[in-house]
Write a protein of this length. Structure first.
Ligand code: ZN
Length: 83
């Protein structure tokens, strides 16, 4: 199992690489701890939904990314049972 610091390093490396290739990023707040996170920005008219783990607090949440904004939801099964 990965530790939170490994997860944070991997996420930041991944985003740094994306940024250096000119991939657009979009910032949002973690629904668990309210820290700022960022993710790859989808092209116009695309919606990407995925399960994510916050690299600040380790909380799991569902992320819906669009070109304009990122919406987040904490699924009930994740807030009840930590995995
Ligand atoms: Zn968090």
């Amino acid at each position: 199992m990965e530790s939170l610091s490994d997860l944070r390093k991997e996420a930041i490396d991944y985003l740094d690489q994306a940024k250096s290739r000119g991939v657009p990023l979009i910032a949002f707040k973690c629904p668990c701890c309210n820290e700022e996170l960022s993710t790859i920005q989808p092209p116009n008219d695309e919606v990407w939904d995925t399960l994510s783990t916050c690299w600040h607090c380790g909380g799991g949440f569902f992320k819906i990314s669009t070109h304009k904004e990122v919406r987040t939801q904490i699924p009930p099964q994740l807030s009840n049972a930590k995995q």
